[in-house]
Design a protein around this ligand. Sequence first.
Ligand SMILES: C[S@@+](CC[C@H](N)C(=O)[O-])C[C@H]1O[C@@H](n2cnc3c(N)ncnc32)[C@H](O)[C@@H]1O
Length: 276
Amino acid sequence: MGEESLEIEQLFCTLFETYGYDFRHYAYESTRRRVLQRVQHEELSSISQLQQLILKDENIADALLRDLSINVTEMFRDPLFCCELRQRILPRLTQHEHIKIWHAGCATGEEVYSMAIMLSEIGLYSKSQLFATDFNNTVLDKAKHGAFPLQNMRSYVQNYQQSGGNQPFSDYYHANYSAAIMAESLKKNMIFAHHNLTIDQSFGDMNMIVCRNVIIYFNRMLQERVLQLFFDSLVDGGFLCLGSHESLILSPLKNKFKIVSSEYKIYRKISHSKSG
Ligand SMILES: C[S@@+](CC[C@H](N)C(=O)[O-])C[C@H]1O[C@@H](n2cnc3c(N)ncnc32)[C@H](O)[C@@H]1O
């Protein structure tokens, strides 16, 4: 192991032991790039100096956490995936008395509000519960609040329409200065919770798990842990939706899922019962 990777390992041990955030099994190259950017930004001369600094200064640790957790998201991100969900997948949940959906790594929540809109439009929201989790409390608070930059709404309307939405999008929020405040009716069946995919346990009986653009940042070992967690959290026949650059293909769990859409990375847990 080179000196730099050793320093990074020590930095991540300190971050874990002091603040409980575990980046030790994230994909190496992308975490390395972000650590070096933080070293440069703080005008330090080495990663070891950064390690010393985060021990003393929680603000620097927070900044590093923000760098490493990558919270980029948008409403109706990947509209063709959303269209597939709206037209082919969500209607298959109609038969259930209650529908439980888990958004793991929800960031600031745009994804979960998009889901609430789609479920409302096909008449399923009233019997759905949406669990939205992230390990970053700052983004989770924003998600709970449901206020997004008003200037983003223009591109979100386009995404929404491309995803097959045809209602006036402005019905789903009201403007308050520079913020778009999402309608209370969308929030009513949402539950936000802190959950760390690297250490926390499964959530039970999910009909669908949406975890997009999260495991791409993990190494193979951590990806396997998380996929097992999802397998354990899904009911038989439950759907797993991954991001466009993520897949089950290399996982030993792939035989326990059926591919529903290889294009949109949608999988279904193979049912043990005949009725499925
Ligand atoms: C790029 S965002 C994806 C947001 C949304 N799923 C989407 O596709 O637009 C990745 C999110 O995963 C979260 N994340 C990263 N590692 C995590 C972990 N170990 N446990 C829970 N959330 C994590 C980050 O905090 C971030 O909010």
